[in-house]
Design a protein around this ligand. Sequence first.
Ligand code: GLC
Length: 738
Amino acid sequence: MSANICQPLNKNKKVNKETFVSSLLLQMTLKEKIGQMSQFNNDDKKLKSSIQKGYVGSVLNEVDINTINELQRIATQESRLGIPLLIGRDVIHGFNTIFPIPLGQAASWSTELVETCANIAAIESSSNGVNWTFAPMIDISRDPRWGRMAESLGEDPYLCSTLGVAMVKGFQGENLSDTTSIAACAKHFAGYGASESGRDYNTTNIPENELRNVYLPPFKALADAGVSTFMASFSDLNGVPVTGNSWLLNDVLREEWQYTGPVVSDWGSIPQLVTHGFSVDEKSAAFEACQAGVDMEMASDTYAKNLPSLIKSNNVNIEKVDLMVTRILTLKYDLGLFENTFTQSTPLDEHSNDFHLYVAKKAATKSCVLLKNTNQILPLSTSKITSLAVIGPLADDGYEQLGTWVFDAKINRSITPLQAIKDYVGDSIDVKFSQGLATSRSNNQKDFNEAIQIAISADIAIMILGEEAILSGEAHCRSNIDLPGCQEQLINAIYETGTPIVLVIMAGRPITLEKILPKVDAVLFAWHPGTMGGPAITELLFGEACPSGKLPVTFPRTVGQIPLYYAQKNTGRPASDATFVDINDIEIRAPQTSLGMTSTHLDTHFSPLFPFGFGLSYTQFEYKDINVNMCSVTMGESIEISATISNTGCFDAEEVVQLYIRDLVGSVTRPVKELKGFQRIYLAVGHSKTVVFKVHTDELAFYNRQMKLNTEPGLFNAWIGCNSDTDLKIAFEVILEQ
Ligand code: GLC
């Protein structure tokens, strides 16, 4: 069959979607069907010829608009049926304009901001021809050794679900067929964040109850919110790798959740079933993945090579393949690709670029978390400072501040902290700069003296340290999460000068700061803040904006505490200060005993360095008068929990008010606290606001021993506060009937 004899696809869109797709399916040969299930990387040598034959459903990693249009031309004008291509790209936290890494965006606790950032990413990437992104990554992440925590929305199912839905809305817009909308992808389904020892791709063992109560809720939330696609994880889940896990991909995703969108494998995760020792060969891997319900194979060809024979031998039935291809064709229809296949080159105008940069700055500003501010050294006052020392390998590096998963950034648009500080202070303050270290990993102290000298003569030393972008992200995990290299030694050296230190940290994960905390007067945690990290950090340091970020993950004191997260179970011997025994306080030859002991380490206090939800402001907020509108709420109804927050400090500011709830007794043990609501409010100095949270009893449900989602009657505690360590508490009861 000549490739040039292509029957122009009946583009008569008068027929409805189902008719259009089913009639197209009827025309397809088996190889064309399997072609739709195959995603090629853009560097594949057989790409164009395979597209011409109709053997490619999607291309990933191509972002050149002319190349994409040419590939779409071949697909729609040279292949027999003219089916357009899905063009996939990891647009994780921006395309040309880079926003804070997702973990940083999560620290904003702002659904509006997260949605806007995703929407701009969709606008920029779709203008290049991209129509599918592999985001949001909604893996619950409770191990900061894991490099991919940087891509996540943190440790909590409620926060991750809420922000993940906002990100999907941003990517997909009001209508998926809008030219600026791109299909989103819930990944990596599921439980990938539980990779043992924080090593990427490692084994995950998650009891079904924990899977359903902690790791699955964000995926369910995104499925219910209409996320277009799912991605199967690399990981081995309880002995059955997800890519071949029919229980997860069929029973849960399809049967229980009734999800109808396509599932794509992760990169090569189908042939990796052989490496897992789950499949004897690639044919078996293709069989397992197909039977499990992986609709499209990313960057490998086990489907193309093996499905024809598997179908011929009736090991795989064609009806299953037809259903999988239908999902893919339906997505292309929903994206409007059959009608609007080609991308018009419309360079973004300056106004758009200015707006994108404005949002990037706002996102970075709201993502930064103030962890320490002794004696209110911040905000800095230009009237009281005549000289500043800016020190550190991340102070003036427009690439490193972008963070992981950045491929298409316009790096020259980055504004670094050094640049922004100099622009801000102008001639009023003498600013001297020393990197102090060549990179964040360097152990070469040759430039220490230069840094020391400028610190000695400065009123304040602003140190900008942390992790280079490459030290987090996929496959970039750390067994030690201190500041890398000899950055701590650099802090000590500057500390010895006596000049006060304001420490700004850029990193893709929590850093263990306990040792250096006493040496610095203030700590602003900026994650990797993106293109406009410099102006955002500067505005915060000089009080043009007030820090309002809150931690989306727990900061441990030491790596030995991991996993450490706020929503832990109480255990039968909960840790407490009453029973904590410091290793140094144990008598020599103390008698062996476990009586009265509790769940603590001997050599580290059991509390985190900074708890989930923590973040300081330049002002002070007072929380009081927590209340409920009823002492007991009947099952199936809602209760209102409120508190009054006052700005008692000297700065107008925003605050993220958080609601936590505990189910005191359950048929399975329940966490000591669970986030069930948050509201970002603005309060002028001296003003107060009563914040009300309305909670339906359904929101208190959990999967019980029978794996049934159910709210159980009984006593509950509720807290409203500025972080998960809050003690402003009130009790209420859930009853079956009045
Ligand atoms: C990677 C990642 C996945 C990404 C995909 C395409 O290996 O695991 O998150 O979307 O490949 O780049």
